[in-house]
Design a protein around this ligand. Structure first.
Ligand code: NAD
Length: 361
């Protein structure tokens, strides 16, 4: 534990030359979040196992104090709790708890390990707070709800349990995360408790803008729900290094992204605006899509180097010619998605209580 006297003063970034990122309302939660958020799944070794923990802790510190990135997103699932443990070490070096917005999740604990029961939700929140070294959480979301056996357990157990914790003041806001865009409305309209936020991923990026195109972003913002747009690099598809082996995208999407990254690398010598396809992808997600109603775009940060490159990219102008070239190459696979979770017909099968037919006597 760091001596409080050694802590960096709050808002040190204000004295730096680095411009501060915009802050936006997260729906009606009262929370203000930076337009770029710190995705902490890489701290769990999700993308590469060789994470330098001390550098990662420094990245968390710099994110808040040098760049004004005040929202940190994690989950017990990431690296089997390692992300929360590493983030907890980093948070112990930060100043006041009110300076940052801390988000974690419940319900997903392994690739095939899900438990959205009300008992586990409460246990999970307590265990997360222990690992993160905090006594309250700003946002807790049901993680990847499409993998629940049915929607019923989300709306009748997990969300009411989170709502109870919200009432007790242990958590500030509640929500859901998941890949299929259709599930948000399904849950919102059948939930007896009000949702504060939704985290969507891989649908608000260079190769997939369906979060906006489908009208789902507008629907969510009209409902007053704060939207987090995660994975602006589509979990590695839009990087020079390419995606991890577990990436679920269809082969044709992977191939188009790979070809686009190669094309981009060839163009790079002739531009000073961006040095990497990842940086263009980040600019597009934050500076274009991010300004259509998203509260914060969450990018995975694994080191001070990644943090600094991404922060610098947002300060640089977006190269319209390169963007047009990349969009042209990705056009054949634009909005191509993959299946995720329980088949929808099964997931919807159990109607919530108020629609359930009377049991036969
Ligand atoms: P991403 O698209 O943000 O990043 C993918 C990979 O690219 C990561 O390894 C990242 O460290 C790396 N990267 C970042 N900047 C880079 C750069 N400039 N150059 C090269 N590589 C760079 O994907 P992500 O990390 O999966 O998503 C961001 C965050 O959103 C996650 O950490 C997590 O907090 C959240 N998320 C949640 C869900 C969910 O709830 N179901 C799903 C996906 C993401």
């Amino acid at each position: 534990m760091i001596d409080p006297a050694e802590r960096e003063p709050v808002h040190r970034y204000a004295d730096r030359t680095t411009p501060r990122l915009e802050r936006r309302k997260l729906g009606r939660t009262g929370l203000m979040v930076s337009e770029l958020g710190f995705g902490a799944s890489p701290l769990g070794g999700v993308f590469r196992p060789d994470i330098d923990e001390s550098d990662a802790c420094q990245a968390v510190h710099e994110a808040l104090y040098d760049y004004g990135i005040n929202v940190f997103d994690t989950s017990p699932y990431y690296g089997h709790t390692r992300s929360e443990v590493v983030l907890g070490k980093a948070l112990a070096r930060l100043g006041e708890r009110d300076d940052y917005v801390l988000a974690t999740k419940v319900g997903r604990y392994g690739a095939d390990n899900f438990d959205f029961s009300k008992e586990r939700v409460r246990q999970s929140v307590e265990a997360s707070m222990e690992r993160l070294g905090v006594r309250r959480l700003d946002l807790v979301q049901c993680h990847d709800v499409e993998f629940a056996p049915t929607r019923q357990i989300i709306v009748e157990e997990a969300l009411p349990a989170l709502s109870q914790l919200r009432q007790e003041g242990i958590i500030g806001a509640i929500g859901i995360t998941g890949y299929p865009l259709s599930i948000y409305r399904d849950v919102i309209e059948s939930s007896p408790v009000e949702l504060d936020a939704v985290l969507s991923y891989c649908h608000g990026c260079l190769c997939d803008t369906s979060l906006v195109d489908s009208g789902v972003l507008a629907y969510l913002t009209d409902c007053g729900i704060g939207v987090l747009n995660a994975s602006p690099l589509s979990m590695g598809l839009l990087t020079a290094r390419g995606p991890p082996s577990w990436h679920p995208a269809p082969e044709t999407l992977k191939q188009h992204c790979h070809n686009t990254a190669e094309w981009f690398a060839k163009q790079r010598a002739s531009t000073r605006a961006c040095t990497d396809i990842a940086e263009l992808a980040l600019q597009f997600a934050v500076l274009r899509l991010g300004r259509e109603g998203v509260a914060s775009t969450l990018v995975g940060i694994d080191s001070t180097e990644t943090l600094r490159r991404n922060a610098a990219a947002l300060m640089a102008p977006l190269d319209e010619e390169l963007l047009a070239g990349v969009q042209r190459l990705l056009a054949p696979v634009r909005n191509l998605s993959w299946s995720s979770g329980t088949p929808r017909s099964v997931w919807l099968n159990d109607p919530p209580n108020n629609e359930r037919p009377l049991a036969a006597t």
